[in-house]
Design a protein around this ligand. Structure first.
Ligand SMILES: O=C(CO)[C@H](O)[C@H](O)COP(=O)(O)O
Length: 229
């Protein structure tokens, strides 16, 4: 018998995107994140869109994809509560804390996640880590504060670099910039998230410990592994 081929990362993302559909409450408004795994989730929504009343989206990119499917996208200000928010992660640990922002959408992701009863994280198994911090930590900053924030990270032993798009700094959906910080040790995600969020000029740090995942659907070669937190 020929062994079945190892699934590609793309196939693992499709698996978890499909699995996330089981967590949606028919007729509810859903929270939708950003990134390549979420793009698979949005594709999967096409098959059940009659059960989706509307969505609240965490980026202009996801909004465009949702609208292309005919799904109504609401302003977060017009929604008090969501049953479920589905999003990816750059890293997730054993307690559901995450590093996010690889797609530069961290601020809106945190806002939409805060509206939801449950954060369903969808990711391939490479994202599960024993301790957060190997992935460069994204931080959205007000441009005039960049140098100050870079110095504060340096004082903590981190090296922050401005994320570029071509030859210019990347500009987020909120009109701000992103720093990617390497070399940090994230021992206490809750405390570190709270501390960095207090720095003047920081819009959002990409540690998601206050808005952590309640469920993680991990794509593995042997199928979807579900972790409940
Ligand atoms: O935080 C994010 C975007 O800001 C994404 O969820 C994160 O970068 C994971 O993306 P992908 O599914 O493409 O690996």
């Amino acid at each position: 018998m020929t062994p079945s081929p190892t699934p590609t990362q793309d196939e693992l993302k499709t698996q978890v995107a499909q699995a996330a559909l089981a967590y949606l409450v028919p007729g509810d408004i859903i929270g939708v994140g950003t990134g390549s795994t979420v793009n698979k989730f949005i594709e999967a929504l096409a098959g059940i869109k009659q059960n989706v009343r509307a969505a609240v989206s965490s980026s202009e990119a996801s909004t465009e994809r949702l609208r292309a499917l005919g799904i109504t996208v609401l302003d977060a200000n017009d929604v008090e509560r969501l049953s479920v928010y589905v999003d990816g992660a750059d890293e997730i640990d054993g307690s559901g804390c995450m590093v996010k922002g690889g797609g530069a959408a961290l601020t809106r992701e945190k806002i939409v996640a805060a509206l939801a009863d449950r954060f369903i994280c969808i990711a391939d198994e490479s994202k599960l880590v024993a301790r957060l911090g190997a992935f460069p930590l994204p931080v959205e900053v007000v441009p005039m504060a960049t140098a100050h924030v870079v110095r504060r990270f340096r004082a903590m032993g981190g090296t922050a670099s401005l994320r570029m798009r071509g030859s210019a700094p990347l500009v987020t959906d909120n009109g701000q910039h992103i720093l990617d910080v390497r070399g940090l040790t994230i021992e206490d995600p809750l405390a570190m998230e709270s501390a960095i969020n207090q720095w003047p000029g920081v819009v959002t740090v990409g540690i998601f410990a206050h808005q952590r995942a309640q469920v993680c659907l991990l794509g593995t070669p042997s199928g979807v592994r579900t972790i409940q937190y």
